[in-house]
Write a protein that binds this ligand. Structure first.
Ligand code: ATP
Length: 237
C-alpha cells in the first residue's frame, strides 16, 4: 500500500524520552507516520520497541513530559496474545463496548475469514483464529492508527504467512497508519512501506521498501534490503 503523502501526519513524536530509574530506554526519539503508511519497527531485544508502542498507545503515563507525542484519538492495539475475554463469545469480543455494532462486527469477522464462528467461545479457536478475532476487534473500530506488538510472534510459519496476506488485505481496505513491532526482518520487508530500526533509544535506520506486491524473499532487491537491515541490527551477514 502506498503511503498517503499528505503533509498531515498521523503520528508525530518529538524528543520522546522514557527513563527507567536513571537509564533512558527512549532517548530523544523522533518519529513521523503518514496517514495510511505501514511502518515496521525492528530492534534488538531490550531496545525499547514495546516501550515506544506503549507510549503511543497512551498506556505509559511516565514518559518524560518535555517531549511531544501526537497520535489520533482513534488508536487500536494488537498484541502477541489475542487478549480475548474467555467468558465472551467471539462476536461479543469483537463489538464489546460498541453499542449497536453487531452488524459491523459480523462484517469484520467475515473480513478476517471467520464468518459462521460468531457464537464460538475463544477457547474453541486456534491461536491463528484468535489473532484473526483480535484483528477484527481492532478494525471494527476503524482506527486511524493500528499498533501491533509482534502480533504473529506466537504463530507457526504457515499461519504467519496467511496472516501476512490477511493483514495486507485489511490494511488496503481500511487504510489505517500502522506501526508493527517485529523481530522478523523478512516479515518487516514483506509487509511495510518503511522499516525503521531502533537502537539505544533512537531510530538509527529508516528504509523505504519500494518492492512491488505481492512481495517475497525471492524478489530481486529483497536480499540487499535484508542485508542493510541486518547490518543496522548489528547482525553479521
Ligand atoms: N517496568 C519496567 N521497569 C524497569 N525496566 C523496564 C520496564 N519495562 C521495560 N524496561 C526496560 O526497558 C528496556 C526496553 O524494554 P522493551 O520491552 O521496550 O524492549 P523491546 O525492544 O520491546 O524488547 P523485546 O524485543 O525483548 O520485547 C529493557 O531494558 C527493559 O528491561
Amino acid at each position: 500500500m502506498a503511503p498517503n503523502t499528505s503533509l498531515v501526519t498521523t503520528v508525530q513524536v518529538r524528543n520522546l524520552v522514557r527513563r527507567y530509574d536513571e537509564r533512558a530506554v527512549l532517548d530523544g526519539l523522533d518519529l513521523d507516520i503518514a496517514p495510511g503508511e505501514f511502518v515496521a519497527l525492528l530492534g534488538k531485544s531490550g531496545s525499547g520497541k514495546s516501550t515506544l508502542l506503549r507510549a503511543l498507545a497512551g498506556l505509559d503515563p511516565d514518559v518524560d513530559g518535555s517531549g511531544e507525542v501526537a497520535v489520533p484519538a482513534n488508536v487500536s492495539v494488537v498484541f502477541q496474545d489475542s487478549r480475548l475475554l474467555p467468558w465472551a463469545r467471539v462476536l461479543d469480543n469483537v463489538v464489546l463496548g460498541l453499542s449497536g455494532a453487531e452488524e459491523r462486527g459480523r462484517r469484520s469477522l467475515d473480513e478476517v475469514g471467520l464468518a459462521g464462528r460468531e457464537k464460538a467461545w475463544p477457547n474453541e479457536l486456534s491461536g491463528g483464529e484468535q489473532q484473526r478475532v483480535a484483528l477484527a476487534r481492532s478494525l471494527v473500530r476503524e482506527p486511524e492508527l493500528l499498533l501491533a506488538d509482534e502480533p504473529f510472534g506466537a504463530l507457526d510459519a504457515l499461519t504467519r504467512l496467511k496472516m501476512h496476506a490477511l493483514l495486507r488485505q485489511l490494511c488496503a481496505a481500511h487504510q489505517p497508519a500502522v506501526l508493527l513491532v517485529t523481530h522478523d526482518v523478512d516479515e518487516a520487508i514483506v509487509l511495510a512501506d518503511r522499516v525503521i530500526v531502533l537502537d539505544a533509544g533512537r531510530i538509527v535506520t529508516s528504509e523505504i521498501i519500494d518492492l512491488s506486491a505481492p512481495r517475497s524473499a525471492a524478489d530481486p532487491g529483497f536480499a540487499a534490503i535484508r542485508a542493510r537491515l541486518l547490518d543496522a541490527l548489528g547482525v553479521l551477514v
